[in-house]
Each structure stands twice: as structure tokens, then as C-alpha cells.
Ligand binder design. Structure first.
Ligand SMILES: [Zn+2]
Length: 332
């Protein structure tokens, strides 16, 4: 995959391509950002572009180097991941030893360390020197979705590039380009929460069932006909409700509100986010006023804004507040 085929994160791509053109790619890099936004793919593409025989600021995908790197049989590009949840000192020692050897077949030696936050202190310390003064022909790319768990001594020695989630519309466009039928591309893009890999890995039947259950939960909550399902799923949980799961439900709820508003405003069906639920949406929208649905959307969006980036939020509490807002709503 060349840079031009990688979705999203155009800022990061621009920085890397400019660095390639100027032949000034930093030797120690830290790629950080949420899961599934293409950090490792970007690191692989950079490794290819650095060794590509044809391209200057991108991987051509055709030359021997690009093909060998893609197939994982290029001796100068090595990927590393935690073993049993820890990046061991032996793995880092290996990098340290190899880093100073001239590349065997390429022009640049590239190490890609996934889940770099799983280096323990010993591993991290053993890597410090090479990160600080790497040979000009060696690049070490650390990849993490949790940069705050990476030791500051490591972070400060790397050029940090921050990745962001991919927009819903872009995910929908990419899925459509890759042959997903329009309806599926749209539904998957909503459920993906900015994670393209997740969107592509999902089973469509499973998604349909999930959306159906989200819709029923939404109806029970907004219809005020006993919302025990919502309460038992998210509020009265002994253990903390899963944030990701709650967030996904909130994304779905927001998409239902948007569709209902669209229908109430006589918008065109092709703009529906949940086209396969059109009949159900049209059948249900009459029970709420436009203002209420707009209010519901604002509340849902505000929960989503609070959830994003806040790992320590008490989901049960958020869900309880959300729920009580709707109780109020239904009893006016
Ligand atoms: Zn190439």
C-alpha cells in the first residue's frame, strides 16, 4: 500500500512525503493515535518508500524491494510486537545489535515496534542510546495507541507524529471503493467510530443484528415504555459498563436522531444514515416532535464528546444521567 492508498491522516502523510523528498526522514519516530487508524500501515509504507527502487516519496509497489517488504521477506525491514504482552529486553537488544549493521539488501534498515507502550523499563532503557544516536541508515518506528504509557525518556528522543480517527464519510467512501454495497458501507462507517480496520473486519449479519438491537433500545428509551433494557445494560451493572460498547450505542442513537430529523424535514432518503431501517424510522418518527429529537441529538452528541478521549470516565454514571434526561423528556 502506497501513501496515496492510505485513508485519512493526510497531515502525517504530507510530513512523511516531504521528509522523503528532502531525504530527511527522522531516524527515531513515534507514531501515536487510536487503534485501527492505519499507524502500522503508514510505518510499513514508510519502510517501503525508504527502500523503493522507483519512487522517491512513495512506495511504487512494483519493485523487488516493495514486493519483498510487503511479503515480509526483506531482511532490512523488521517488525516487532510484544511477546506475551511484554516487549522483552532480548527483542530490544536484537534491534540494538542490528541497528549498527549496514543494510543487507536495501538502502535503509527499518524496525517497526508495535504496541511500544509494552516495553518494560529494562527494554526501554536498552533502546535509549540507539534512539538518541541512530546510524544514518537506520530508522526505528515505535507505534502506540497509548503514548502516555511510553516512558518520557523514549518519547523525548523520538519525533512524535499524532494520528487521528478517520471521518465517517471518508470511511464510507473507502468501503464503497472497495466494493461494499452502499447500504453496508454507510452502516459500517457509523459503527466503526473512526476505525477503518474495524469497519472492514465486521461481519455484516452481526452488524445488522447489533443495529436492530440498538434501534429497539432506542425505541424503548425514547418511547418511555419501560427502559429497563437500557438501565440493566449500562446503569445497574456491577462491573463498569464497557466504554467502547456504550460509545458505539451512543453513535447509533445519534445516527437514529439524525435520520428522524431528516425525515421530519422531508429530506431525501438517499441521505439517510440507516437506509435499511427507513421503514421503521418512518413508522416511529410521528411520536416525537422535531424539537425533542433535536434535543435528544444534542444530549447524545454531548455524551459522545464527553466520552471521546476520556478513558477514566464512569460509564454507568454517564448512562444514568443520559437516562434521567430522557425520563424528564418523556414526562413533560
Ligand atoms: Zn518500490
Amino acid at each position: 500500500m502506497g501513501f496515496k492508498n492510505i485513508a485519512g491522516n493526510s497531515r502525517v502523510k504530507r510530513i512523511l512525503r516531504t521528509a522523503l523528498q528532502r531525504q530527511r526522514v527522522p531516524n527515531s519516530l513515534l507514531f501515536c493515535g487510536p487503534d485501527g487508524v492505519g499507524k502500522t500501515a503508514m510505518a510499513m509504507t514508510l519502510a517501503k518508500a525508504l527502500n523503493c527502487k522507483a519512487g522517491k516519496d512513495d512506495a511504487c509497489e512494483e519493485c523487488d524491494s516493495c514486493k519483498a517488504i510487503e511479503a515480509g521477506r526483506f531482511p532490512d525491514v523488521l517488525g516487532m510486537a510484544p511477546e506475551k504482552d511484554v516487549i522483552k529486553i532480548e527483542q530490544m537488544r536484537f534491534i540494538k545489535q542490528m541497528a549498527y549493521l549496514k543494510p543487507f539488501s536495501g538502502t535503509r534498515r527499518v524496525f517497526i515496534v508495535e504496541q511500544a507502550e509494552k516495553m518494560n523499563e529494562e527494554s526501554a532503557n536498552s533502546l535509549l542510546k540507539v534512539l538518541e544516536e541512530p546510524p544514518s541508515f537506520t530508522h526505528i518506528i515505535l507505534v502506540t495507541s497509548n503514548p502516555f504509557l511510553v516512558l518520557p525518556t523514549i518519547r523525548s528522543r523520538c519525533q512524535v507524529l499524532s494520528f487521528s480517527t478517520i471521518g465517517r464519510e471518508e470511511i464510507e467512501r473507502i468501503l464503497a471503493e472497495r466494493g461494499y454495497p452502499g447500504e453496508q458501507a454507510k452502516a459500517l462507517s457509523i459503527i466503526a467510530g473512526g476505525n477503518l480496520e474495524l469497519a472492514m473486519g465486521r461481519d455484516w449479519e452481526e452488524i445488522r443484528k447489533y443495529r436492530q438491537s440498538a434501534w429497539e433500545l432506542f425505541l424503548s428509551l425514547l418511547g418511555g415504555k419501560g427502559s429497563s433494557d437500557f438501565l440493566s445494560a449500562y446503569v445497574f451493572q456491577q462491573r463498569a459498563a464497557a466504554k467502547d460498547e456504550f460509545e458505539k450505542k451512543m453513535e447509533m442513537f445519534a445516527s437514529f436522531c439524525r435520520d428522524i430529523i431528516l425525515i421530519k424535514e422531508n429530506g431525501e432518503s438517499r441521505y439517510l444514515l440507516n437506509p435499511d431501517l427507513e421503514e421503521a424510522l418512518r413508522g416511529a418518527e410521528g411520536q416525537w416532535s422535531l424539537e425533542r429529537v433535536q434535543d435528544g441529538l444534542a444530549r447524545t452528541d454531548s455524551v459522545l464528546a464527553g466520552l471521546s478521549g476520556n478513558r477514566n470516565l464512569n460509564v454507568n454514571l454517564q448512562a444514568a444521567v443520559y437516562y434521567s434526561n430522557f425520563r424528564e423528556w418523556n414526562h413533560v
